[in-house]
Design a protein around this ligand. Sequence first.
Ligand SMILES: [Zn+2]
Length: 215
Amino acid sequence: MEPEIVWYAQSAFRIEVDGLRIYLDPYHLPPGQPPADVLMISHDHGDHLSGEDIAQIRNADTVVFASPPAAKKLAPPVTTLAPGQSARHGGLTVRAVPAYNVNKFRSPGVPFHPREGQHVGFVFEIGGLRFYFAGDTDVIPEMAEIGPVDYAFLPVSGTYVMTAEEAAEAVRQIRPRVVIPMHYGSIVGSVEDAHRLARLVPEGVEVRILTPISR
Ligand SMILES: [Zn+2]
């Protein structure tokens, strides 16, 4: 079974899999998007936690998983997942994994996404498939524990997150079947970053460059 995956912009996706509709960091959604069964929010920066986009697709039945800083800015009920914590919803299991910078700094010594900020990525399993949504991160040692996965959503733009070259190193550690480059085309980075990643991954890994339906 293959999931249906829609890319909106930045790190915003809709995944339809095994009868469940999952949104990841919704941002720049066009009007008229269908409601979320599950919503995952990696961290509280404006290109990942967007109140108006969440309001469009969240309803009373939406199950929300969020990192601690994101959960603080969301209306309850929210299941807060700090790095290492996991939860279950029907046939879906979700584990929050660390996401932080090691070499991208806002000012000397101050990373954009500090490790102690408890931003997360999500590893989730449903319908016999395993997904890794990296959030905003560099290549970090914890990635060695994540794979293999069927689908990995990896940032490639550099500046605030991994570059394409660093994402290729992440791919070697995570061993995904399919990589979906993200976090380019809106604020920094371009599709050329995604193409660079495609040229750098080991043979046998599919890099699926999606067309965003918004900006
Ligand atoms: Zn971001």
